[in-house]
Design a protein around this ligand. Structure first.
Ligand code: ADP
Ligand code: RBF
Ligand code: MG
Length: 155
């Protein structure tokens, strides 16, 4: 994974509204513009890393990049589930993420329950991995703390 760690920032937009309602796992979707700015050779799949909304705290996250084969989406999406309970939705806010590791490719599933179970396992895996020093150190990266921090050298 020569692209990792990968730093990215962008507005949170509306998706299909399935994450919270059907899965119980809300995912903050990036705009089409941000999705298109991703290097095309970053493999689709499930990743983990750190995320922060606006100037808020930095939390663990899991990320899905791709076409959600279970739903056969036509448009590629980049969706972040932040491992934290928020009081309110944050559509329109700026989400900053650093992707630090890869978990697995996107898969199709026989049932919604099987998809949910797989995502819950991804979350547990992400929590474990992100406690390791090589991933933990990125939580403190200046990317999250500099006001109006610019992305320089993908940073
Ligand atoms: P959509 O299809 O519009 O992305 P979702 O059902 O996936 O809808 O819900 C995502 C929205 O839920 C986010 O845009 C955000 O405003 C809100 N949200 C609340 N808690 C979280 C969280 N822990 N992680 C990601 N998004 C969250
Ligand atoms: N969708 C799939 O079709 N297959 C997957 O294997 C898959 N894995 C996911 C793993 C994580 C950690 C997350 C957050 C989402 C995943 N999704 C997957 C996307 C899911 O279908 C999507 O978030 C919902 O459809 C809401 O947009
Ligand atoms: Mg979503």
């Amino acid at each position: 994974m020569r692209h990792l760690p990968y730093f990215c920032r962008g507005e949170v937009v509306k998706g299909y509204g399935r994450g919270s309602k059907e899965l119980g796992i809300p995912t903050a979707n990036f705009s089409e513009q941000v999705v298109e700015s991703f290097p095309s050779d970053i493999p689709t799949g499930i990743y983990y890393g750190w995320a922060c909304v606006g100037n808020g705290d930095v939390h663990k996250m899991v990320l899905s990049i791709g076409w959600n084969p279970f739903y056969k989406n036509i448009k590629k999406s980049v969706e972040t589930h932040i491992i934290h309970t928020f009081k309110e939705d944050f559509y329109g806010e700026i989400l900053s993420i650093v992707i630090t590791g890869y978990i697995r490719p996107e898969k199709n599933f026989d049932s919604l329950d099987a998809l949910i179970l797989a995502i819950q396992e991804d979350i547990e895996e992400a929590k474990r991995q992100l406690d390791l020093p090589e991933h933990l150190k990125l939580k403190e990266d200046n990317f999250f703390h500099l006001p109006e921090g610019k992305i320089v050298n993908n940073h």
